[in-house]
Design a protein around this ligand. Sequence first.
Ligand code: NAG
Ligand code: NAG
Length: 420
Amino acid sequence: MGGAQLSSRVRRSSVLEVVFCLWGLISLSYAARLSVSRQKLEVQKHLNRLNKPAVKSIESPDGDTIDCVDISHQPAFDHPFLRDHKIQTRPSYHPEGLFDENKVSAKPKERSNPITQLWHQNGRCPEGTVPIRRTKEDDVLRASSVKRYGRKRHRTAPQPRSAQPDLINQSGHQHAIAYVEGDKYYGAKATINVWEPKIQQPNEFSLSQLWILGGSFGEDLNSIEAGWQVSPDLYGDNNTRLFTYWTSDAYQATGCYNLLCSGFIQINSEIAMGASISPVSAFRNSQYDISILVWKDPREGHWWMQFGNDYVLGYWPSFLFSYLADSASMIEWGGEVVNSEDGGQHTSTQMGSGHFPEEGFGKSSYFRNIQVVDSSNNLKAPRGIGTFTEQSNCYDVQTGSNGDWGHYFYYGGPGGASNK
Ligand SMILES: *[C@@H]1O[C@H](CO)[C@@H](O)[C@H](O)[C@H]1NC(C)=O
Ligand SMILES: *[C@@H]1O[C@H](CO)[C@@H](O)[C@H](O)[C@H]1NC(C)=O
């Protein structure tokens, strides 16, 4: 008897369990569906914020869509401090001496530099607009969260001679750079060899850039960065792309890549930030490089950026920054990669060309004619150049100087694929 009772109780409780279990599954899947649709909604809202109505759109061969957005509707003007901002259509000062009106006009003209952007093959943006790489749903979904999209996850400006060298290695960011410090700087320039380094893991990246830095590396670092990068996470492919970045709080709450938040004001109608650069250099073959100049306008205080000899892209308004509102205290040039292996292991993600500095021109990647803007607002050769790398058997740097290239360095390497 007792046995029968027990078994019926057992049966009843297992029926209940099944019911609870089903109910649990249904509510779980309901919750999951709800959270998926909530995420979709959040992504859509973010896309609507980022992508401004286009006057014209151009499909690039690499799959990008370039939107030509009315200059006064660009993302910068979402910033509360910029609502009433009057766009500066040109800098009031240019450190390369003679200020040539034609130089900063948005009109196309003959250029010696063969490097362009891939999307130019399919059209140009009209005057009065700025070209903006459209953010697609997949771009945002690849980010760890909607909020993190277009931002950096870690401090990535290398701190040479750091008091805590272990910190440098922790986040997997590795560098091979040249730098100057100990003075007030009002800008920097470099001509950067362009390659398409191989990235082993999609969550890694490889870039070559200059850093304009002010403040302390811990909490309040101000940084303006520009160069080229390969970042499957950010762009969904392995193409080499022109990029910029800025932050005024050591990569925490402020700043972003390109025009992915409000800040940078673009005036140029020909160059899109985040767009693919073409062509790129090939081993023992044709070499291509891009010039980047960033300087502070002594009158308005804004930080301007020029790409090549002809394209003044626009400016970061001075009020975005604390230290950089005055001047920079350090300039860095060089490469950075993310290595996703830990414990001394290393992926074979390449920096620069993937070849070491010793190999020289046509094989190793270079920065040439590196210069700084001094307190008299003149471009000049940097003094007391230091170099820094976390692991020279993976990525290295070697400086030199000559008449043609001024101060230069070769940098980079094959990462864990090295036999050094
Ligand atoms: C990027 O390159 C890696 C390795 O070189 C490859 O596995 C991956 O499929 C590439 N990604 C795309 C989107 O082409
Ligand atoms: C970074 O880690 C590597 C390998 O674990 C080590 O050889 C190197 O000395 C470290 N660099 C710094 C600056 O701590």
